[in-house]
Design a protein around this ligand. Structure first.
Ligand code: SAM
Length: 238
């Protein structure tokens, strides 16, 4: 071992997930991450990597028109529910092991987070069964089956930057450009990775998008769960 390596902090992998986890959030959480209250009724939203989130099921009651896109929508509800079960144990263990890296003010405790994820899954499954491909499109970044400018705002929650170890910088940039082809504005949260470190992809992606002529900014949000994840990325098409 070299002298430099001796002084580097040891890397603890608390979340032992097999890839990108299908773990879904609720409307009030999306509200908090993305400050959706500033969007007018009728806004056409695309939830990229929506997974088993209940956002697309719950948001129409607020006047938003929501479509979600995710590779897991190629599967049926039963298969998605079983992927959720496979993930839940590792997620729960990870959250407990990394408990010191979270601010528990919003959720209270790990069992309450788990309860929410299950409630989101149930709402999603019922809506997925009712609306199928008219609301839930099977597709994967960096190329989505959506027309140019077919949405006003695209939301990307808990996919880009968070899974920055699985997805490289080129994938991040191509995915952001793809989202901006489809929507005039793209919002992304969180911007730190699963280990709680700021994403090294973020500054590179922001600079490249600015060079493309887009307007990229970091917007503070009134929410913190992963400690330090207090900003969303908002990019407006230039
Ligand atoms: C942690 S979940 C987040 C779900 C939801 N956005 C939320 O915050 O509740 C990540 C989702 O990204 C999806 N995903 C993985 N690779 C993807 C890709 N290349 N393009 C779009 N979605 C992807 C997964 O299937 C999974 O449902």
């Amino acid at each position: 071992m070299t002298e430099t390596q001796t002084f580097l902090p040891r890397h603890h992998k608390e979340f032992d997930l097999d890839g990108i986890a299908p773990w879904g959030r609720r409307l009030d959480e999306y509200d908090a991450y993305f400050a959706l209250t500033d969007l007018p009724v009728g806004t056409r939203l695309l939830d990229i990597g929506g997974g088993p989130s209940s956002f697309a099921a719950e948001a129409p009651a607020r006047g938003f028109s929501v479509t979600a896109v995710d590779p897991i929508y190629a599967f049926d509800g039963q298969a998605i529910a079983s992927q959720f079960e496979n993930t839940a144990k590792a997620m729960r263990e990870g959250m407990r092991a990394a408990s010191y890296r979270f601010n528990w003010a919003f959720y209270g405790s790990e069992p309450l987070v788990h309860q929410r994820r299950r409630a989101a899954l149930e709402l999603f499954l019922a809506d997925f069964a009712m609306h199928g491909a008219s609301r839930y499109i099977a597709g994967a970044l960096p190329q989505l089956p959506c027309g140019d400018g077919s949405f006003d705002v695209a939301l990307i929650s808990h996919l880009l930057f968070l899974y920055g170890d699985e997805l490289d910088g080129a994938f991040h940039l191509a995915s952001m450009r793809e989202a901006l082809r489809i929507a005039g504005e793209v919002r992304v949260f969180p911007l730190i990775n699963l280990d709680g470190r700021p994403s090294s992809h973020l500054p590179v992606v922001m600079r490249a998008l600015e060079a493309d002529g887009h307007d990229a900014e970091l917007v503070p949000v009134d929410f913190e769960f992963q400690i330090g994840a207090t900003k969303m990325l908002r990019v407006r098409r230039g």
